[in-house]
Design a binder for this molecule. Structure first.
Ligand code: ASP
Length: 577
């Protein structure tokens, strides 16, 4: 016995006259006093079943019991609908199935929400995710995700990468987040960390001569959840031996272009533009700029040295951007709030109405300054004056805000690379040097000495891939000389003993014939969410967590019974709430 001859989305006028079996969910039932119509649904679409008591009294009797989301099986003849009942909006809308046999395969309790209901609370949808998954939107995004992943695998295969599995339970991997820890029954008091990424293992694969590694790797990071962040997520993780940066970037560009083609979209033009980190920060105030609109930040630090306007004269950096609109007072107040959210103390501006300039600061500015800032009528110059990092952050934040508010972005897909990141940055809490990407990233050629001697000015071979202002992933050419790796650890304030304690295996491996190597990791869920036009990665994940970190479906995380804790050698300081 087979359950079905065709899928619910398949019947067409060509099938008229055939007797077919169908199976699926009752999406809707309408009782027209005698005739009962049932929309039978599966992921391919919907076919209308007609149950006529004259044709099949038994089926008609049973049809009275059908409620939404019952699973049904029906056998009947495909007939053409009369012209006035044809539904042109449905691919199956020219036909219907006159039911001869009907079976209720399984029933459903009353539903917590209707599948076609708008505005259902997300936690409720996640609590009953099996229902939510039946909706078109989830079906579409999970199938799109599959298409993208399968395209990625084909590209990797074509380019000679092999899929190698690496452990999830390992030692801490420094990717800048907290580890999820796994206690160990056989060795109470000892813990594994869940891999934040396969970073060190993939480097060991290169040292092991595998040449080109990849994996659709699950990674775990204990960070606050956001629209583009979950505790666990997947990466296209790859590593290549004997490569230079451009060869890695080329592979990723092929991955992206192939994935676009696989989902039937116009691929972005290659090569993707390269932007240096320094330029990105100076012009766009962020290392992941959205380049679909201009609104570039301009510098006025030199110009305003000695300005009558004390805020400018006294600031380390003065920069501005010119918005294509003469803002009203209320709009400017709102913009000032936005600027303050990004760390500004206030917002200085010059509004150019038709022929006058509106601004409380204009009277303090010299002719030379005003000349330099003069803009088209119908525009506003917005300033930030502070230390360089704050200025970048504020103007970067305002730029994104204005891009959205004024709908400046074009509707093309813009991919680009950001390159030449600094190797180190200061840790805000401790003031120590810490890595910007991860500690295995190589300095650019000629900057090796700076790792120990001038860390603040060492640039790295780290690169990021950006799509319309979203960071899709990061990678780098790695350190393959143990003495440079040791220098990096030292600069980060790690003693040689500490480094050896944590990373002895890596330092040893680097000392036993390490080829030059580099790689990349691209966030699969981010990529798919952007492909699907979904604002939140939860929409492309079958079973995500909500922002508190809980899973409404299973109720995890949950307390552990005392005896289980005891076995693990764990005693709680506080009872869980
Ligand atoms: N391990 C890095 C990450 O997960 C990617 C890489 O450098 O290849 O972001």
């Amino acid at each position: 016995m087979s359950w079905r001859d065709v899928m619910c989305g398949e019947p067409r006028p060509e099938s008229v006259g055939q007797t077919l079996k169908l199976a699926g969910w009752a999406a809707r039932r309408r009782d027209h006093g005698g005739l009962v119509f049932v929309d039978l649904r599966d992921h391919t679409g919907v076919t209308q079943l007609v149950v006529n008591p004259e044709r099949s009294p038994a089926a008609a009797e049973l049809a009275k019991e059908i409620r939404n989301e019952f699973v049904l099986r029906a056998r009947g003849e495909v007939i053409a609908r009369s012209p006035e009942t044809v539904n042109a909006t449905m691919p199956t809308g020219a036909v219907e199935v006159q039911v001869d046999e009907l079976e209720i395969v399984s029933r459903s309790t009353p539903l917590p929400f209707q599948l076609d209901e708008e505005g259902v609370d997300e936690t409720l949808r996640l609590r009953y995710r099996w229902l939510d998954l039946r909706r078109d939107r989830m079906q579409r995004s999970l199938r799109l995700s599959h298409t993208v992943i399968s395209s990625i695998r084909q590209t990797m295969d074509r380019l000679g990468f092999i899929d190698v599995w690496t452990p999830s339970m390992t030692r801490g991997t420094p990717e800048g987040a907290r580890d999820f820890v796994v206690p160990m029954r056989l060795q109470p008091g000892r813990f594994f960390a869940l891999a934040q990424s396969p970073q060190i293992f993939k480097q060991l694969c290169m040292i092991g001569g595998l040449d080109r590694y990849y994996q659709i790797a699950t990674c775990w990071r204990d960070e606050d959840l956001r629209a583009d962040r979950q505790f666990e997520f997947r990466q296209l993780d790859l590593e290549m031996a004997f490569v230079e940066r451009e060869e890695v970037l080329d592979v990723l560009e092929q991955v992206v272009v192939d994935a676009f083609a696989a989902v039937g979209r116009e691929p972005p033009a290659r090569p993707f533009p390269r932007l240096t980190y320094a330029d990105a920060l100076a012009k766009y105030g962020t290392d992941k700029p959205d380049l679909r609109f201009g609104l570039e930040i301009q510098d006025a630090t030199e110009l305003t040295r000695g300005s009558e306007f004390g805020v400018f004269a006294g600031a380390e950096t003065v920069r501005f951007l010119v918005a294509p609109r003469a803002f009203s007072r209320t709009e400017l107040q709102r913009l000032e709030e936005v600027a303050k959210e990004w760390g500004a103390k206030g917002l200085a501006y010059l509004v150019y109405d038709d022929d006058e300039v509106r601004s409380p600061i204009a009277k303090f500015l010299s002719e030379r300054e005003l000349d330099a800032f003069r803009s088209e009528p119908g525009s506003t110059v917005l300033f930030a004056a502070d230390d360089e990092a704050t200025v970048s952050r504020v103007l970067g934040g305002l730029r994104i805000h204005l891009g959205r508010e004024l709908e400046l972005a074009s509707d093309e897909d813009l991919f680009h690379w950001v390159v030449d990141f600094p190797l180190f940055q200061r840790d805000e809490d401790t003031g120590n040097w810490t890595f910007l990407h991860h500690p295995f990233t190589a300095p650019i050629d000629g900057h090796e000495e700076r790792v120990a001697g001038d860390p603040g000015n060492a640039l790295s071979k780290h690169y990021d891939l950006i799509w319309n202002g979203w960071e899709l992933g990061s990678g780098s050419i790695r350190i393959h000389r143990p003495e440079i790796q040791a220098d990096v650890f030292r600069t980060m304030g790690m003693s040689d003993e500490e480094a050896a304690g944590k990373f002895a295996f890596l330092l040893e491996a680097l000392a036993m014939g390490a080829p030059p190597h580099g790689g990349f990791a691209m966030g699969i869920e981010r990529f798919v969410a952007l492909m699907a036009g979904e604002p939140n990665i939860r929409q492309v994940i079958a079973f995500p967590k909500v922002s508190s970190g809980s899973d409404p479906l299973t109720g995890a995380p949950a307390p552990m019974p005392d005896d289980q804790l005891r076995e693990l050698g764990i005693r709680l300081v506080e009872e869980p709430s």
